[in-house]
Design a protein around this ligand. Structure first.
Ligand code: CDP
Ligand code: CDP
Length: 213
């Protein structure tokens, strides 16, 4: 019998990794996990209940409240929560406490698609296919800006770009599972691609890996 299809999709903020991961899950009929939501959930709990994101113990404790976070909560997608998420995700104890559920998801018998920062490097190093999705920071800022103006009152493109650059630097610069392209990952730069084109290219890359696996 064939090994289950596991697809790892990593990349920086607003690169398009979530959109691509969802489309791949639909195409291959696989369950999908947006692992960023775990870190965003921890951040939202801290934010709501006045926890200190500078304190790793409080961040670990907030993991216990994850089940109470509504995945459709709009605030989960805010840049404020993304920023706090990138701070708490640098704590090894937080990453360790979230490791098992992600690895269990990746290891389910029918296969899976996961997107995040460390799927190909830490969570599923034996994934069938690994995509490292990127786009120029200015392009990513523009994309995130367009999402945010719909629901936040006071958003400025320059601020979104600064936030994205700060988050890139923190995610790539940390010691614990930094954002880095796995050696055996395929690079997919979506800067000049429509969503349709990016998804089509992602499927081609996965198919090429399936040929050789
Ligand atoms: O959608 P966006 O790329 O803006 O963010 P996200 O994927 O929801 O992740 C929010 C933050 O969680 C990131 O800036 C990372 O610091 C952290 N994260 C992580 O450390 N590892 C993951 N596998 C996923 C997210
Ligand atoms: O998951 P991540 O934060 O990497 O990005 P995303 O949520 O998939 O995409 C961020 C935004 O960019 C969404 O509104 C997408 O529709 C848009 N996007 C785009 O305009 N062109 C692409 N090639 C990919 C995504």
């Amino acid at each position: 019998s064939k090994a289950p299809l596991v697809i790892a999709v990593d990349g920086p903020a607003a690169s398009g990794k979530g959109t691509i991961a969802k489309a791949l899950a639909r195409h291959y009929d696989l369950p999908h996990m947006d692992t960023g939501l775990l870190y965003r959930g921890v951040a939202l709990s801290l934010f709501r209940f006045g926890g200190d994101p500078g304190n790793p113990f409080e961040a670990v404790r907030a993991i216990g409240d994850l089940d109470q976070v509504d995945p459709d909560d709009e605030e989960l997608r805010s840049e404020t929560v993304g920023e706090i998420a990138s701070r708490v995700s640098a704590y090894p104890a937080v990453r360790q406490a979230l490791l098992e559920r992600q690895q269990a998801f990746a290891a389910q018998s029918g296969g899976a698609v996961l997107d995040g920062r460390d799927i190909g490097t830490v969570i599923a190093p034996d994934a069938t296919a690994k995509l490292f999705v990127t786009a120029a920071p200015e392009v990513r800022a523009e994309r995130r800006y367009k999402e945010l103006i719909g629901r936040e009152l006071d958003v400025h493109l320059e601020d979104v770009l600064l936030d994205i650059r700060a988050r890139d630097a923190r995610d790539a610069g940390r010691d614990a599972a930094p954002l880095v392209q796995a050696e055996d990952a395929d690079l997919l730069d979506t800067s000049e691609m429509s969503i349709e084109r990016a998804v089509q290219r992602a499927i081609e890359l996965v198919e090429a890996r399936l040929q050789t696996s």
